[in-house]
Design a protein around this ligand. Sequence first.
Ligand code: HEC
Length: 135
Amino acid sequence: MSLITYHHQDMIKLFLFVLILLVGGCGTERASPQPQDVKPAETEAQRLQRLWARSCALCHVDGTGGAPKIGNHADWGERLAKGREVLIRNTVEGMNDMPPLGYCMACSEDDFGAMIDLMTQGIPAVSEVLGEVKE
Ligand code: HEC
């Protein structure tokens, strides 16, 4: 009888030992998220800028491969005359040295439209400047 009791006490000691190890382990490991780890939700503008910076910017900042540069009237004026829909389609399908989707697999057609707006903000199409030329 006393032998069984002894074993029983031993098991309790072992159990307590393991429990202390577990609790100690959890104490050093900070599993709960800290306030500084929680990022505020990204705004739509920030999302577009992030996607643009990772893809379009590779070529459209310095004109790599003949890409029209961001904000450059001479580069964009003629192209804007094609209309937004055509520009979006050419981005989706690719054009000469521009790969299809302009390297942005995560972009939707609306995103491409917004990025084109971003790169051409304030630039009038050549046809708007000259007016319709009729013969
Ligand atoms: C690898 C380089 C590269 C990347 C990345 C790139 N482009 Fe281009 N893009 C070009 C080049 C080069 C042209 C000029 C093509 C031509 O006219 O031959 C071009 C032209 C364009 C045009 C004008 C199309 C037309 O019909 O005249 C649009 C609009 C455009 N890019 C949008 C984008 C957008 C939006 C992105 C990002 C999602 C992007 N591009 C990413 C290289 C790139």
